[in-house]
Design a protein around this ligand. Structure first.
Ligand SMILES: Nc1nc2c([nH]c(=O)n2[C@H]2C[C@H](O)[C@@H](COP(=O)(O)OP(=O)(O)OP(=O)(O)O)O2)c(=O)[nH]1
Length: 145
């Protein structure tokens, strides 16, 4: 295998955004050809550049990949995933306001989804997000104690 031995790998920080529409739908994207897990579905985002903040990386990736200007984003949850190709620290943010309609500027397919999702396969590092969204939905539907 090429690259660093697994045990010595430094985690790579990744900014990921869940664009959440008022009706509860969220945007998913297919991974473009040429990337690991091409064709798998994920949430838009990408790696932080050296010295870059999470908010900045999120805004940059959304401009580059979707042509969307992020107006309101809040950090939500993080998740470390150990892939054969990389060790990643995923920083998930909820995006609740933006300018523009998302376009697949890197050749990726886009789809507004709700639970259960109808696209697949879903990237392993995006699957837990669907569980978190389902948990939230459950909490919202439970009567107050
Ligand atoms: N965007 C995104 N990446 C995810 C998710 N879940 C998950 O495990 N990942 C992983 C896949 C990749 O290993 C990494 C993101 O790196 P990437 O290669 O897509 O990022 P990038 O756009 O900066 O790529 P590049 O400039 O190096 O081509 O995070 C997710 O929901 N969204």
């Amino acid at each position: 295998m090429s690259g660093q031995p697994k045990a010595q790998r430094e985690p790579v920080a990744v900014a990921v955004g869940l664009m959440l529409r008022q009706d509860g739908a969220f945007l998913m994207a297919s991974r473009p050809q040429g990337k690991p897990y091409a064709g798998y579905w994920e949430f838009p985002g990408g790696k932080l550049e050296a010295g870059e903040s999470l908010q900045h990386a999120l805004a940059r990736e959304f401009e580059e990949e979707l042509g969307v200007r992020v107006r309101e984003a809040q950090f939500w949850k993080s998740l470390r995933v150990d892939y054969p190709h990389a060790l990643v620290d995923l920083q998930f943010c909820r995006i609740t306001a933006w300018d523009g309609e998302p376009l697949g500027l890197e050749g990726q397919q886009l789809s507004w989804q709700s639970l259960p999702v109808t696209v697949g396969p879903v990237l392993p590092g995006a699957l837990p997000v669907l569980e978190w969204l389902a948990e939230e939905r459950l909490k919202r539907s439970e009567p107050d104690q």
